[in-house]
Design a protein around this ligand. Sequence first.
Ligand code: DAK
Length: 257
Amino acid sequence: MELILVNPRCAPNVALITLNRPKELNALNLQLMAELRDALRQLDQNPDVRCIVLTGNEKAFAAGADIKQMANSGAIDMFHIDQFNTWDQIKKTKKPIIAAVSGFALGGGCELVMLCDMIVASETAQFGQPEIKLGTMPGAGGTQRLTRAVGKALAMEMVLTGRFLTANEAFSAGLINKVVPVELYLQEAVKLAQAVAAMSPVAVKLAKEAVLQAFSGTLEEGLLFERKNFYLTFASKDQKEGMAAFIEKRPPNFTGE
Ligand code: DAK
């Protein structure tokens, strides 16, 4: 890995991925996205990892896809490169991913953040979809995930004018989970990851899958999906352990079985 740093154990059962192109404000070029896809796939298969934190640096989570790399591409070049394949693989990560965001989260950077399951931001974070200023528009889910998160009016304003949201605006709009002082954003994200990692890994994956189902299909389909995953948790040792621990008034020991 050249453009990302991977620490599979930054805290017990928590892995940390750091986007690492600081001079380019972590612009998401094809290599970086491929490395991210591969790292997530490996961590998803690593039984010691139960939750993943994804971060950038203090100045930028990521300032978008690499404009210099795509500036001269034609539609057919884009079609052949098929970046969607990489993004789709990332989307398939079963373990929860928490974005720890400081500074710019723009364009593809904002879309990558929204692909994560929870978002902790520093007070300096800025979220935006400025593609319109480049004569294009969001292409990796921005028009859909942003609209679902913040509603039509604000999403339209951001997508049509390129206006950035401050961290506090993003919090009020329901885009992110938490805003903390800049020196704490990573620590808080890891703390949140540890809270998730303390739960049954089987139940966590099934619950993540069920929550995401709320974004596709009808309510009825979502409820059926939830029911299936709910039943499935009763096939796990963790469910027996969790309920026995409650009855015996002791902390549970979840093993992921
Ligand atoms: N791409 C390439 N380089 C970038 C970049 C980017 N998105 N953002 C910044 N840089 C580079 C700058 O060119 C500069 O490089 P040098 O000139 O030093 O060589 C360096 O990073 C530092 O940037 P600045 O000098 O501009 O720093 P400032 O603090 O003055 O400004 C800024 C920060 C974030 C306001 C500014 O850099 C900026 O406006 N950046 C562009 C933001 C933007 O428009 N982002 C949206 C890009 S379009 C897709 C998936 C995703 C996408 C599309 C398709 N598929 C799955 C098909 C996503 C598209 C986008 O994200």
